[in-house]
Design a protein around this ligand. Structure first.
Ligand code: HEC
Ligand code: HEC
Length: 161
């Protein structure tokens, strides 16, 4: 089963495709909750919905524990000035829930070291209320972000270890 996931999420859960999230080092309870959301349609992604519905709960738990124990191979930022702006924004709001190191907790996603394209896409979806991730607490928390704020935060967060 992990071999199937690795096609997209990478060996050991560090994705090599910038639009597909890393699962490595993610909080296990958060991962399980996202699987639940795919399975019941609160979170929309055609492929993931089908895939998760085909897994039994032992497989899901095994998968989540495996990925949570892996190290993320994060990439340093290509644009330190932009990342510095992003850090300022992060330390005004995001840290309250995601923690100063961006590692989250059981309910809140780890975002440190996450893939930049995936972060950008996800923040736009939350802000614009596309319904791909319904009723997320992230919608009010991204409402005031400009596209430039998002770019800066992505540069910072994706480079956090
Ligand atoms: C064909 C590619 C593909 C395969 C294979 C795949 N995934 Fe995914 N997965 C995705 C994409 C794309 C997303 C992001 C969806 C979005 O944009 O919200 C995702 C998201 C996730 C998330 C949510 C992560 C987060 O940070 O919120 C979990 C958990 C997940 N996948 C688990 C798995 C597991 C476990 C397997 C193997 C059983 C698997 N995936 C196989 C493409 C794939
Ligand atoms: C009030 C608490 C709170 C604040 C403030 C907050 N977040 Fe979140 N964030 C969450 C929760 C809870 C989730 C999981 C939500 C879900 O299931 O959609 C989440 C999810 C995310 C995700 C999706 C992670 C993934 O793996 O798919 C990203 C990216 C994110 N937050 C970035 C940010 C950024 C950037 C900021 C600051 C602008 C921020 N968050 C502020 C609580 C918060």
């Amino acid at each position: 089963m992990a071999a199937v996931c690795a096609n997209c999420h990478g060996e050991g859960g560090t994705s090599t495709k910038p639009s597909i999230p890393n699962l490595a080092g993610q909080n296990p309870a958060y991962l399980l909750e996202q699987m639940r959301q795919f399975a019941d349609g609160r979170r929309r992604n055609e492929f993931m919905e089908g895939m998760i519905r085909a897994m039994d709960s032992d497989e899901k738990i095994g998968m989540v524990l495996f990925y949570a124990a892996q190290q993320v191979a994060h990439q340093p930022t290509a644009n330190p000035a932009l990342a510095a702006k992003g850090q300022e924004y992060f330390e005004k709001t995001c840290f309250r829930c995601h923690g100063t190191s961006g590692r989250g907790n059981a309910q809140i996603a780890r975002i440190a070291g996450q893939q930049p394209d995936y972060l950008r896409l996800t923040l736009h979806r939350y802000r614009d209320g596309t319904g791909v991730r319904a009723n997320s607490i992230m919608t009010p928390n991204t409402k005031l972000m400009s596209d430039a704020d998002i770019e800066a935060v992505v540069a910072y967060v994706s480079s956090m270890p």
